[in-house]
Design a protein. Structure first.
Length: 233
């Protein structure tokens, strides 16, 4: 799962997604319940919208849960059609694209957490698969848009399977490592406009070659150094 990402530069978004951004757009890091940019379908084009990263459940009295243990910025694909927070938006096809320059994930192979910034190898912005909804504040009547990133299992992936702290109680092939869903330009229309079956067909883990290998390479160097030091003892 992802709990931090960085919005893409304005010119990258406007060029790659062919949409103009609102005034005041800032290229900042976004954490849970901060506001980030989403792109949703509007006619034949894309509508940019700033929204809360953390889906607000239908019928909620507040914009975010009181407990910090409850996060709705990531939604598991396996339960998105049944969980009360997401199911109505999923059923209505309220899918969106989430442009970002990078998103952050933890690597624990050295025995401590090393954050990897997951960038595209080609330098383009990611278009992550998301779901959006609109919530009406019962106190003020304000309509508040919110969104979540969809996640899928990535156990066994040569790059993404290295991320997140392993659960020592589970075998290696049952860790349920999670990945967000990057979508390629050829798939954007199907994601935004297709039916549920078409959308689910796009919930796939991308090939390792799509990622910038810099952070993985730095971790590999640390592991090699540690192995060399162990051998000399």
């Amino acid at each position: 799962m992802c709990n931090l990402y960085h919005m893409a530069p304005r010119d990258h978004v406007e060029r790659h997604f062919r949409t103009l951004l609102p005034e005041g757009y800032r290229e900042v890091a976004v954490g849970p319940y901060n506001h980030g940019l989403i792109l949703r379908r509007a006619g034949a084009g894309l509508q940019p919208l700033m929204a809360q990263w953390g889906m607000i459940a239908p019928g909620s009295k507040v914009r975010r849960p009181e407990s910090r243990a409850i996060l709705t910025n990531n939604a598991r694909a396996e339960s998105i059609a049944s969980r009360p927070t997401y199911r109505d938006a999923w059923r209505r096809g309220q899918r969106c694209l989430i442009p970002c320059a990078w998103y952050q994930e933890p690597n624990w192979e050295t025995g401590r957490n090393i954050w990897w910034r997951m960038r595209r190898a080609d330098g383009a912005p990611w278009a992550l698969g998301g779901l959006w909804s609109a919530w009406t504040d019962p106190a003020s009547g304000e309509i508040v848009p919110s969104f979540t990133m969809i996640t899928i299992n990535c156990d066994g992936h040569p790059l993404l399977g290295r991320l997140h702290k392993p659960d020592p109680q589970l075998p290696a092939d049952a860790q349920d490592k999670r990945s967000v869903v990057p979508l390629e330009p050829a798939d954007w229309d199907r994601w935004l406009d297709g039916d549920e079956a078409a959308a689910r067909a796009l919930l796939q883990v991308p090939p390792a070659e799509r990622f910038d290998p810099a952070d993985a390479g730095r971790t590999d160097a640390l592991l090699a150094d540690a192995q060399g030091l162990f051998r000399t003892r």
